[in-house]
Design a protein around this ligand. Structure first.
Ligand SMILES: *Cc1c(COP(=O)(O)O)cnc(C)c1O
Length: 370
């Protein structure tokens, strides 16, 4: 029997501003560590046990229950744990939800563009309803609302991880199901699930380790009569087998379940939303009051999760990234398509880290302004 160590060997934890995989709550990591060799007296690690065991069944059941509770998911929606990340959902959506009509895409960033292109590859009735590519995705696009009724679904990306915009009001789609890639703002705020036909998210941004995506789908959109769709990509496969048609990513489900417990214990989605707003506001206010740093995004559509900023001088930006790293801020380099820096302030990134970042930015500005 492995002896449980309560104390945790530590530790030079950095301020991890990664866009994903991303920082997780320290107390969750400690719980994983303490239980890793012997999960609750089973004498084995959670990564060694059968996914058909009662121990794992209770983990996945609790994960689904907590998700339903936190997001207030109605009974007529299924919750699926799948693999392949958000990217595999780009393919699953057109294969499952097309009834021969148009498939509408509102493209607000690079991820939405990938989703659109994948749908186009699989279905020649894929329609671009709007795009803000011409302004480098620095604001959400306008879109052709008149064509929404001709669509089997309308796809949006709720938070644009790379460019730093976020939907605070979702498009009105009437009877057409709205589908959202929520990978990078999943569980960061309360969401009215009934507004959506389907929500999906890779969990490695805001919920857990890489390796699963969660799909929340209105049951009536799941088809039992699909022909020619690969078994794994058919939502019915997962819905009819409680996400255990094949071996699921047991560890990622376990770790996500612990983060869901952490979210609930800390007051749920309204409470985390308040914290997220406060953290983002601190950084935006600082950037806006500085003439040294810039954020290019339309103010009313700025993401609470991913905050890109620039200095406007490539050499200074490289110096910033290097000195930030030396001062304990990791992964602050912006996406290669946008350049500059990006601070990802997901649920588990604490306010103290934001305050420390602002102190560092302020010092860097003083030392480097011309
Ligand atoms: C990260 C990300 C993806 C890709 O996720 P994978 O799990 O790596 O496939 C898709 N959409 C958005 C909005 C993302 O942030």
């Amino acid at each position: 029997m492995g002896q449980k160590r309560k104390e945790v060997m530590c530790m030079n934890r950095v301020w991890n501003l990664s866009a994903g995989p991303a920082t997780l709550p320290l107390e969750v990591l400690e719980q994983i560590q303490v239980n890793f060799l012997d999960y609750e007296g089973t004498g084995m690690s959670v990564i060694e046990m059968s996914h058909r065991s009662s121990s794992f069944q209770s983990i996945i059941d609790e994960a689904e229950l907590l998700l339903r509770e936190l997001l207030d998911i109605p009974e007529d929606y299924a919750v699926l744990f799948m693999q392949g990340g958000a990217t595999l959902q780009f393919s699953a959506l057109p294969l499952n939800l097309s009834h021969g009509n148009n498939l509408g895409y509102i493209v607000s960033g690079s991820w939405g563009d990938k989703a659109y292109k994948e749908a186009k590859k699989l279905n020649n009735k894929t329609l671009l309803l709007g795009s803000s590519k011409n302004i480098q995705y620095t604001a959400l696009p306008t879109y052709d609302a008149d064509r929404i009724p001709s669509c089997d679904y309308v796809h949006i990306t709720s938070n644009n991880t790379i460019e730093g915009t976020e939907y605070f009001n979702y498009p009105e789609c009437g009877d057409t199901p709205l589908v959202a890639d929520m990978s990078s703002d999943f569980l960061s705020q309360p969401v009215d699930v009934t507004k959506f036909g389907l929500i999906y998210a890779g969990v490695q941004k805001n919920l857990g380790p890489a390796g699963i995506s969660i799909v929340i789908v209105k049951k009536q959109l799941i088809r039992e009569d699909l022909v020619g769709v690969p078994t794994y990509l058919d939502y019915a496969t997962h819905a009819n087998n409680q996400s255990m048609y094949n071996t699921p990513n047991t560890f990622a489900i376990y770790a996500s379940m612990l983060v869901l417990r952490w979210l609930k214990k800390n007051g749920g989605l309204q409470a985390i939303h308040e914290k997220n707003k406060e953290k983002a506001q601190l950084l935006y206010d600082y950037i806006d009051h500085s003439s040294f740093y810039h954020n290019p995004v339309k103010v009313s559509e700025r993401s609470l999760m991913n905050i890109p900023f620039t200095i406007g001088d490539k050499e200074l930006e490289a110096k910033f990234i290097k000195e930030a790293k030396d001062s304990g801020f990791e992964n602050i380099k912006g996406h290669r398509s946008v350049g500059g820096m990006r601070a990802s302030l997901y649920n588990a990134f604490p306010k103290e880290g934001v305050l420390a970042l602002i102190r560092f930015m302020n010092q860097f500005e003083e030392e480097n302004q011309s």
